[in-house]
Design a protein. Structure first.
Lengths: 112, 117
């Protein structure tokens, strides 16, 4: 069965600083990996996804993530944090015909 | 494209009453719909998976007689919380998928906040 581990339930960065949100996965078959963002009292918005092909994936709002099979990781980065990036971020994995499995989430705070 | 809506966005009800939440795929036909619940400051927990025209598959620990799911058409799924109690208060989110809309991708609705008094 697949699983997702997000290291750090809360990450705080200064405005303009690098954002790094960590995600490690476990899957017995090649996974599809996703990052979602959730603003308070809203649903999930897809930031980016990895299915096949290029391992560096670019998403919306300047975010990107790199699939590293050897490290079973799919960390999310953004070079320069903006106040509007403050939200909850979820990493998720799907493989085969199994339902989407979410990590516990990481709350990103951006300090002015 | 691939927009999913939920109605209502929030609902308050008395203990013992039933509440129905609708999930609609607006611009694609959803072969599969998923229902999640999310407690404050926690991740999404899958409750059930439903395919159009067939019975929903519930996750372990989810009471199928309490959380009735109907997926009557390719664009509509409903979740009915029967005899709701305060512990059912939560944020309920649906998602929909379709091989046409995007392989292995789920499109999420905006969520429904249920408060049971």
């Amino acid at each position: 069965a697949q699983s997702v581990t997000q290291l750090g339930s809360h990450v705080s960065v200064s405005e303009g600083a690098l954002v790094l949100l960590r995600c490690n996965y476990s899957s017995s078959v090649p996974p599809y990996l996703f990052w979602y963002v959730q603003y308070p009292n809203q649903g999930l918005q897809l930031l980016l996804k990895y299915t096949t092909g290029a391992t560096l994936v670019k998403g919306i709002n300047g975010f990107e993530a790199e699939f590293k099979k050897s490290e079973t990781s799919f960390h999310l980065t953004k070079p320069s944090a903006h106040m509007s990036d403050a939200a909850e971020y979820f990493c998720a994995v799907i493989s085969g015909n199994t339902p989407l499995v979410f990590g516990k989430g990481t709350r990103l705070s951006v300090i002015a | 494209g691939a927009v999913v809506s939920q109605h209502p966005s929030w609902v308050i009800c008395k203990s013992g009453t039933s509440v129905k939440i609708e999930c609609r795929s607006l611009d694609f036909q959803a072969t599969t719909m998923f229902w999640y619940r999310q407690f404050p400051k926690q991740s999404l927990m899958l409750m059930a998976t439903s395919n159009e025209g067939s019975k929903a598959t519930y996750e372990q620990g989810v009471e199928k007689d309490k959380f009735l799911i109907n997926h009557a058409s390719l664009t509509l799924s409903t979740l009915t919380v029967t005899s709701a109690h305060p512990e059912d208060s939560s944020f309920y989110i649906c998602s929909a998928s379709s091989p046409v809309a995007g392989a292995n991708e789920q499109f999420f609705g905006p969520g429904t906040r249920l408060t049971v008094l």
